[in-house]
Structure formats: C-alpha cells, structure tokens
Design a protein around this ligand. Structure first.
Ligand code: TPP
Length: 539
C-alpha cells in the first residue's frame, strides 16, 4: 500500500465517478419511495388505532432507508408526490429533509395549558352544558399561531376563518382574541329573552378580533358565523376573502392574495362526507374565484358523532379526497406540538409561495362525547377506556421538554376563573363581531309572513312517529341508559308533555328524521328547528 502512486491513493479514497453515480441513483430511488409512500407508515395517531400500513414499497433497509424513514415516517406524513409541478415537490422535500427550525417551547406549553384550562373552567362551572371541547386536539391553537405568524411575515393583514362547532369557543378566545368573559357570557342566561341569550347560538356566532404575531404585527381575524349545516360556511368564507381582495384593487397577484389568509377548519367526518367543501375547493384555481389558496385544517379526532373512520369513509384518511386536485396534504400527529408548529409554518409558507390550496390533517382524539352531554362510553367503550387513561397534552409536553408548568397552570386557571365571574356579572351578552363600516349603509329586509311554510304535525302523527322510534324488537337487550332515554322519548308524545315543554330539540330532530324517511312530508330545515318558534309541535 505504501508504494501506491498518488493517483491510486486518490482512487481508493474517492469512489469512481460511475460508482458515485450509482450510489446517488440508489439513494434517490430509496428517497423517492419514502417521499411517495412514507406517509402511509408515519406515526400519526396519538392513541395508536391508526396503524402504519404494511407496504412492499417501503420494505427497504440500510442507512439510507433509515435516514429517509426518519424524515417521512415520523409524526409528520406528507402526501405530495401527486403534485404536477416538480418545483413544488422539491420545495416540500427540501423542507422535510432539513433540520426543523427552532420553536419556542415555553410559549407552546403555555398555549396548550390555556387551551385545556379554558375548557376545564367551562366544564367545572357549566356542567351539563354543551361546549364541543377541543380537548384531544388542543395543538390546533399553536398550529394557528404558527400559520398566522408565518402569514404575517408574508404580508398578511387579515385572516378569514371558518369552522364548525368543535373547539370554536377556544379559537374565539385564543386566536380571534376575544376576552374569555365575552365568550363565556354565552353560557350565562343574563337575558333569557335575548336571541343571543343561550342554547346553541354561542358556537354559531361569528367573532372579530386582532391577533398579534410574535414580531408584533397585527392581523385582523374574522371568524365567520356558521350554521349547523356542516361545511356550508366554506363558500361563504371564500366569497368574503374574494370580496376583501377585490377591495385592495391590485388584481389577484400573490402580493395581494397574501394580504388575506383564508383558514378553513373541518371535522374529519364532515370533510370525508360532505360535498360542499369539495365543490368550493374545485373553484380554487379558477380566475373568477381564486383567493390565492386557502389553508384547510382537518381537526381530526377520528370520530364523527359515534362513528369511527373505518365505518365512515372508504379512504385511509378523511383528507384523501383533496388529492383529486393539485394539493399537498400534511398529516400530523397532534400530540407532537413541535411537529404541529412545523407543519403550520410549512402550510402557510407553501400557500404564500405558490398561491395554492393546502390541506393539514391534524390527528388527535376527542376527550368527551360528541358534546359534553353525550356519554360516549355507550357507543365506543374501548376507545373511551383508552382516552380516560390518557393524560392531557400539556402534561405530556411538559414532561417531554422538562419545563415545569405549575406556575403557568396556577396563573392561567386564576385568570380564567376571574373571567368566568366577570361573565356572570354582565347585564347583556356582548356582540363578538363587528361589521366593517361599509356595511352601515345596509339594512335588513322586512320579514314577510307569507314566506312562512306550515310544517306543523298533528298530535296523532307525532304519537305514531314516537312509537316507531321507541319500539324495541323482542328479545333485544337494550343498554340500561338507553331504556331510560326511550321511556323519556315515549313520554314526549303525550299531550301534557308537548304543551308544557315545547323546546325539546333533540326529540324534534329525531321526529324530523323519521318523518322525512317514512311519511314523505316536507319539513323545515334543521336551522328552523333550532332557531325558530316550535311550530312543529302545534297540533
Ligand atoms: C350537513 C350536516 N349533516 C349532519 C349534521 C349533524 N352533525 C352534526 S356534528 C356531526 C358529526 C361531525 O363529525 P366531524 O365532522 O368529525 O366533527 P367532530 O364533531 O367530530 O369534531 C354531524 C353528523 C349537520 N350538522 N350538518
């Protein structure tokens, strides 16, 4: 060896050009497999029900495979190789294969504590009231922080947000920045005659506020009012963004569209099952409708009411339908808050760079029932046994980072308890949203009674429907809690009950369904049932 020529020594030190090329080709082949299919084996479900999928494409071993697996099968799984433009695929791959940027752990922990304790104070003070808690997916709050901070850096001055019931109160407080007592006031019947007084309205009303980014930039938040009809708000939000962009009078170039960020939040069942968002998304790249891309977040708790994904949609992920378009999908485990922040940043940057839609699938769980008055252990006993034993995210994150959360917990709890007392002292439910000045010239049209449609039912029909609803097949073992429920329902068809208690919406909904399917009679929409006078009950 000592007698080798310099040239020979060099050859031994460096692989031959052709050998190097084949090493690169092999590395690229392995990386391509993980870029394309890695998301199928990512660790995405905090409760572990969504298992990594066996895939022959990823049956690869060795140093390169381990490296690629680390990038693409961790707590982030990106589905992006269907994108038509190589530069967009490269953009995502470069970020996935780089060291994540630093995060502010203390701030993330505080936001998680806030999101959780806000729900807990409501739970303690208004037990038995629905609030559609965010618990199980509280990392939505740091994710929204990350999106707004990044969007602010790209020129955002406004954000139009749309969402349904889940976590809405939490977002109103922590992202739309309403004071907690303004939001909590919805739980206080301070003025029972007020239309905004109580009931379902508090998680349907819109809110406006100002969010301040980490660099001190102000972003106006407009959380759009939403009806109960899931996803119906999507085109409304898009239309509002389009109108706002039109007012900037600069066309729809990137520097204009980056001023307003549309963020649409969806439930997983609604995303998989409702067509409205798909119809809205279809308009994304059309000149007449574009808003420079929207950021969609699926607040995915892997359940819709009582139904798990396996009985709910044929695709592995609720998000999969978005693949019909040129849209990347970032799946992320909600229990890795730093990964969640990283995805939030990437999503906002992707939208700002390419003017494209982007879908984020935030996968967590639902700590309580569909609402807090439902008992989920009846329909999902095994799932809820697991959830009961599962600690809240702030606790997991505090342990992971070694930050002691006691001081933050004490301060935040005291702050929210004071806010709750303040809410109880209010004389009127505050308005959470403020319309821009240009609306002051508009007045609502007069109500016309002739537009009303008679949809009342006779007492006899109601009794007939109720009988069908509560009848149990012979020999069928009914859960004891359900027996009680059925007895109450049966009682509801009695004349005394109806005249005494006209506002039992849950049974109204059941009757509506039965009537729709069996009796083929036109019935009013769910909105009317929730919000209008109970004319359906009048014989
Ligand atoms: C168009 C429409 N269909 C059905 C309903 C009844 N509904 C209300 S919430 C819900 C389940 C939604 O599940 P998901 O979208 O996963 O959101 P989650 O409540 O789990 O956050 C259903 C079916 C509705 N409100 N609107």
């Amino acid at each position: 060896m000592a007698h080798r020529t310099t040239l020979e020594a060099e050859r031994a030190a460096k692989p031959a050009k052709s050998q190097k090329k084949s090493v690169n080709v092999e590395r690229e082949r392995i990386f391509e497999a993980f870029r394309r299919w890695g998301y199928l084996q990512a660790d995405l479900d905090p409760l572990g029900f969504l298992k990594p999928l066996e895939s022959a494409d990823l049956d690869l071993s060795g140093e390169t495979a381990d490296e690629a697996r680390r990038y693409y099968c961790g707590t982030i799984g990106v589905d992006f190789m269907h994108l038509a433009q190589p530069e967009r695929r490269r953009w995502i791959a470069e970020r996935m294969e780089a060291e994540p940027a630093a995060v502010d752990q203390q701030k993330i922990l505080e936001r998680l504590v806030r999101a959780d304790l806000f729900e807990q104070v409501l739970q303690a003070r208004y037990l038995g009231t629905k609030r559609f808690s965010l618990e199980g997916n509280t990392s939505l709050i740091p994710m929204l922080d990350a999106i707004l901070d990044t969007a602010g850096g790209h020129g955002a001055v406004e954000s139009v947000m749309a969402m349904s019931h889940r976590g809405r109160l939490n977002v109103m407080v922590h992202t739309a920045c309403k004071t907690p007592h303004e939001v909590v006031a919805g739980f206080e019947d301070v003025d029972p005659r007020s239309v905004l007084g109580a009931g379902d309205v508090k998680y349907h009303v819109g809110a406006t506020g100002t969010y301040v980014t980490t660099t001190g930039k102000e972003i106006e938040i407009h959380l759009v009012s939403n009806p109960s009809h899931l996803e119906a708000v999507d085109p409304v939000a898009m239309g509002r963004v389009r109108a706002k962009l039109t007012r900037f009078e600069g066309g729809f170039d990137r520097d204009v569209t980056n001023k307003v960020v549309p963020i649409i939040m969806h439930g997983d069942a609604a995303f998989a099952g409702q067509g409205i968002w798909a119809e809205t998304m279809n308009l994304a790249d059309l000149d007449a409708y574009t808003v420079g891309g929207s950021i969609h977040i699926i607040v995915n708790n892997l359940i819709g009411f009582t139904t798990r994904p396996i009985q709910e949609h044929s695709s592995r992920f609720a998000a999969d339908l978005a693949k019909r378009q040129n849209i990347p999908i970032f799946h992320v485990n909600a229990e890795d808050p730093e990964a969640v922040v990283r995805v939030g940043r990437m999503a906002a940057e992707y939208r700002a760079t390419f003017g494209s839609e982007v879908v984020v699938d935030l996968i967590g769980y639902r700590r309580h029932g569909h609402s807090e008055v439902d008992d989920p252990t009846i329909t999902q006993p095994l799932l809820y046994e697991k959830i009961k034993a599962h600690p809240p995210l702030w606790k997991i994150y505090a342990e992971r980072t070694g930050i002691n959360p006691s001081a933050t917990i004490g301060a935040v709890r005291a702050e929210y308890e004071t806010e709750q007392v303040k809410a109880g002292q209010l004389k009127k439910i505050p308005h959470l949203r403020q319309l821009p000045n240009y609306w002051s010239a508009f007045h609502r049209g007069a109500f016309k009674p002739e537009y009303e449609v008679e949809t009342g039912l006779s007492l006899e029909t109601l009794a007939q429907i109720t009988d069908a609803l509560v009848r149990v097949p012979e020999g069928f073992h009914v859960h004891p809690k359900i027996v009680k429920l059925l007895e109450q329902r049966a009682e509801m068809a009695s004349a005394q009950w109806i005249t005494a208690l006209p506002k039992r919406w849950r049974s109204a909904r059941s009757c509506k369904r039965a009537r729709r399917s069996d009796l083929r009679v036109r019935i009013r929409s769910e909105e009317r049932l929730i919000n209008a006078t109970p004319c359906w009950l009048i014989p």
